[in-house]
Design a protein around this ligand. Structure first.
Ligand SMILES: [Zn+2]
Length: 170
């Protein structure tokens, strides 16, 4: 089991780069997630966000399709890709970061397993993959199926979420 209650005290960011990464990935409604939500909305998909009733409070949920999309920051969730430009490991406080990031990965895997057991299809979109929107749209469409196949907007008018893109300083 993961020792959820053991305390991990974050060290001070060791460099401007690390601080920037931490800022950019903190919490919900991160920029990559908003990019994905905006694309989906523009394509006609309707969805719910951060559904508390599901394990891991998934980022984007298609209730009728039984599909879920997570948008993961490459650093916090350690994108398992050799070519990812964003996953870099901090060079200092490596013990802290290794442990912290390992826990994040283990939690992600457990969450995905749990959701699959409940009958949900899960797609993970990585932060670095939001930089090429054409390829991303193709992936989203092939995962979700055609927009008109099932339209949540018809029966769930109160759950519509606008993409709510905010201007963020980078
Ligand atoms: Zn990545």
């Amino acid at each position: 089991m993961i020792g959820r209650h053991a305390k991990l005290v974050p060290p001070a960011p060791s460099s401007k780069a690390v601080s920037a990464v931490m800022r950019g990935n903190r919490g919900r409604d991160t920029k990559p997630e908003l990019i994905v939500r905006k694309l989906l909305f523009a394509q006609g998909y309707r969805y719910r966000v951060h559904l508390k009733t599901l394990p891991g409070r998934p980022d984007i949920v298609f209730t009728k399709r039984k599909k879920i999309i997570f948008v993961h920051g490459c650093f916090w969730h350690q994108h398992p890709s050799e070519v990812c430009p964003l996953r870099s490991h901090p060079k200092s406080n490596t013990g802290y970061w290794t442990e912290k990031l390992k826990r994040n990965q283990e939690r992600d895997q457990a969450t995905e397993r749990h959701l699959c057991e409940l009958g949900w299809d899960v797609l993970t979109v990585w932060e670095c993959e939001t930089q090429n929107t054409e390829i991303l749209i193709q992936r989203l469409r092939s995962f979700l199926g055609h927009t008109s196949a099932i339209n949540n907007a018809v029966s769930l008018p109160n759950t519509l979420q606008s993409p709510d893109i905010r201007t963020e300083r980078t």
